[in-house]
Ligand binder design. Structure first.
Ligand code: UN1
Length: 500
């Protein structure tokens, strides 16, 4: 059993009083051992109108604050996150089951995006554009949009909020956050941390960042409301198929970060020592529950057997178990449902001709948690099960002969998030980068563990959204094209004559 007093201590360190986190309708379980750690009051769906109205009022005030001053709030958030890193990291471990280092890494990712967004607050650049008309100047200016809904998943319960919120806030938007029902405590902890930044900041409007706790009906209220111009949603493709059309129906903007089915091509020239390490981290890290987890290994026939042999050996010694233990590398799946889906996928893979290594329930792990041995499955082809995203540590291995064949396999799935190649051959590497159809394509590193400086997201069923670095901020602002005439005449564009 999770020691409930230890859980209470972690919650208290995050500014949450365990005693007030009871008596509600939403039971929160730790994936470590399935123990109930809280029972939270849910936001009634009927209250969503008021939440959205409050966000609109906050937006009206916030958009008039200068962007660098808005950046100051995000800078303070970064400071508060630094001070709370250990506490929040421990709560991520307790509530999402991540190993200690990955819990801390997630908070570091939040700190990084705060630093990035703070600098960005002085760089919301537009263009100046040459006008065809004399005495005219054209420019592009960027303006705050309005309330931004942020719908997040359990697997990155805090970082994904921060990628969206840090950008939205410097862009002048207000934020309404609906975290996963599986990880509401980390969201409440972030709200506490944010309140501390607000208190130091001084004069931010009330309701600038609100958290709503509950299920799909809250997300539905956000996606349906024309008062919420931006909906950023991270989760399954199934969820995106609902959110995307709903938001489009009212001409809102959605930023979708949905399923991935990420592949690595291992070429004959690859540094296999490095490839093995990259494969193991990206396939079994976070127990295979990252959008960017490695799910498909496309290995050249000449090295395939050797690679599988080395991987099965590395997998056999993987420490699976309590994520709070410093030596553990693979923690639990989020719940028993996730384990059942993994088992079903392995059964289907066998039926489709796969040879399964590993994949059994793990022994030597706390009772009550969904612990599994990561699985490697040698597949005769890219069958139906391989084309689906199963959110678990399953690595399908396929062979190839020519690079064309490998790239066709890599691109031959409905999802388009992350991809990579291991090769020492420059021609192959560049060719792959040109032809991968994913939002992320890497050389000699795995598909997961992206830094916040780049734009994050992918194509096809991954949804097309971009979050985090580069110019992803443009997704949180509206663009205006301004033409200013400083001459004393009124010429028309395209030479049109209209004399009155
Ligand atoms: C996700 O799985 O939703 O690239 C995000 C990575 C992390 C983010 C993953 N920086 O693996």
């Amino acid at each position: 059993m999770t020691d409930l007093s230890a859980a209470a201590e972690i919650l208290a360190a995050c500014g949450l009083d365990a005693a007030t986190l009871n008596g509600g309708t939403l039971a929160v379980h730790s994936p470590i051992d399935g123990a109930e750690i809280a029972r939270l009051a849910e936001t009634p769906a009927a209250e969503m109108h008021a939440v959205i109205a409050r966000s609109q009022t906050a937006f009206a005030a916030w958009k008039t604050v200068s962007a660098p001053r808005r950046g100051e709030l995000v800078r303070l958030l970064g400071e508060e996150l630094r001070a709370s890193k250990d506490a929040l990291g421990a709560l991520v471990t307790l509530e999402a089951g991540k190993i200690v280092s990955e819990g801390l890494g997630e908070v570091q990712e939040m700190i990084d995006i705060c630093d990035f967004a703070t600098g960005l607050s002085r760089q919301l650049y537009g263009l100046t554009i040459a006008s065809e008309r004399p005495g005219h100047v054209m420019r592009e200016t960027w303006h705050p949009m309005g309330p931004c809904a942020v719908i997040t998943a359990f697997n990155f319960p805090v970082a994904v909020w921060s990628w969206n919120a840090a950008l939205a806030l410097v862009c002048g938007d207000s934020v309404i956050w609906k975290p996963s029902e599986k990880t509401p405590l980390t969201a409440l902890a972030c709200a506490r941390i944010f309140e501390r930044a607000l208190a130091r900041f001084g004069d931010a409007p009330e309701g600038l960042m609100q958290v709503v706790i509950g299920g799909a009906e809250l997300g539905a209220a956000l996606t349906a409301s024309a008062e919420v111009p931006i909906v950023s949603a991270t989760g399954s493709t199934r969820m995106g198929r609902i959110v995307g059309p709903e938001v489009a129906k009212r001409f809102g903007r959605s930023i979708l970060e949905l399923g991935g089915n990420n592949a690595m091509i291992v070429a004959p020239s690859a540094d296999l020592d490095m490839a093995v390490r990259a494969i193991v981290f990206s396939a079994v890290g976070t127990a295979g529950q990252r959008c960017t987890s490695l799910r498909r290994l496309i290995a050249h026939h000449s090295i395939r057997e050797q690679l599988v042999e080395r991987l099965t050996r590395a997998y056999a010694s993987l420490p699976v178990g309590d994520p709070r233990k410093g030596t553990t590398l693979v923690g639990p799946l989020i719940d028993a449902g996730a384990r059942a889906r993994m088992q079903a996928a392995l059964e289907q893979a066998k039926a489709e001709g796969g040879i399964v290594h590993g994949g059994k329930a793990a022994t030597n792990a706390p009772q009550g948690g969904a612990y599994v041995e990561p699985a490697i499955v040698e597949m005769p082809a890219q069958t139906a099960v391989v084309r689906e995203e199963t959110f678990a540590p399953i690595l399908y291995v396929m062979g190839y002969e020519t690079l064309d064949e490998a790239i066709a396999l890599q691109n031959g799935v409905p999802q388009g998030l992350s991809s990579c190649i291991f090769t020492l051959n420059l021609r192959e590497a560049e060719d792959f980068l040109q032809r991968s159809d994913c939002g992320i394509a890497n050389v000699n590193i795995g598909p997961s563990g992206a830094e916040i400086g780049g734009a994050f997201g992918g194509e096809k069923e991954t949804g097309g959204g971009r979050e985090s670095g580069s110019d992803a901020w443009k997704g949180y602002m509206r663009r205006a094209t301004n033409t200013v005439n400083y001459s004393a005449s009124l010429p028309l564009a395209q030479g049109v004559k209209f004399d009155v």
